[in-house]
Design a protein around this ligand. Structure first.
Ligand code: ATP
Length: 243
């Protein structure tokens, strides 16, 4: 479980997050949503210790800064936004980097890597050089690397952005299955329909503030959709309030 109390983050006099308090229970699939620039990535980066902060973050009741970074890397894995990979390595070797915090010693690591490739459906790509892959194939490779960490908690920034509709559904179904098996997954999504359909609860941010945390019906209430996104939910889906 992750507990956040009165969290504020500023970088170079710019306020990224303002007085956020929330609880993220273990074993749940959480969608972190909000408009561009709302603070979603900033919150994820703060949870893995990449930003200085005011307030309290506790992982299983232990303050974040009391957990040594090596142990933290085994417990929490972060997949950043974007799919650029500069090194001409094979897909299998990129996925193997997920084992780095554990050292790469055992046959067990090989089966974990094989499982991660299988889980995201890219076994056939394992010998390809990543710099030759399509954007979606690279995104799946990075996701497999994240799964290969076997961390209890996965923080995943916009994994569906470059995926076709079928792969988006497949990836969300993988997240659902992993959380049903006990993992905690926080995933940044812009597709509110995917968030509504798959997540146990949503965290809605706007302008660095927490607007709502709870089930989709609460977080994406008509009031919040209008105030935060300028949207209303019509019979044909979301529409701009001023259209
Ligand atoms: N290091 C930084 N220095 C200054 N401003 C920053 C820094 N990092 C983020 N910001 C600003 O903080 C705000 C929140 O950024 P963040 O990346 O967390 O948004 P986001 O909700 O993930 O957005 P998006 O959906 O567009 O990816 C943005 O206005 C961004 O420009």
């Amino acid at each position: 479980m992750i507990t956040v109390q009165n969290l504020s983050v500023s970088v170079n006099n710019t306020v990224l997050l303002k007085n956020i308090s929330l609880e993220i229970p273990a074993g749940k699939l959480i969608a972190l949503v909000g408009p561009n620039g709302a603070g979603k990535t900033s919150l994820m980066k703060t949870l893995i210790g990449l930003h200085d902060f005011e307030g309290t973050i506790k992982i299983n009741s232990v303050p974040l800064d009391a957990v040594d970074p090596e142990h933290r890397a085994k417990k929490i894995a972060y997949m950043p936004q974007g799919t650029t990979i500069h090194w001409p390595m094979t897909v299998e070797n990129i996925v193997a980097l997920g084992r780095y915090p554990h050292g790469m010693t055992e046959q067990k690591d090989k089966s974990i890597i094989t499982d991660a490739l299988e889980t995201v459906g890219i076994t056939a790509l394992k010998d390809r050089i990543v710099t030759t892959l399509s954007g979606g194939e690279r995104a799946l490779t990075l996701l497999a690397r994240t799964l290969a960490t076997k961390a209890d908690c996965l923080l995943i920034d916009e994994p569906t952005a470059s995926l076709d509709p079928r792969h988006q559904l497949d990836v969300m179904a993988v997240f659902r299955r992993l959380t049903d098996q006990g993992k905690t997954i926080i995933v940044i999504l812009h597709d509110l329909h995917l968030a509504q359909r798959f997540a146990d609860r949503l965290i809605l941010l706007d302008q660095g503030r927490l607007i709502s945390s709870g089930p989709a019906s609460k977080a994406l209430s008509a009031h919040n959709l209008k105030q935060v996104y300028g949207l209303i939910e019509g019979t044909d889906g979301f529409e701009a309030v001023d259209s």
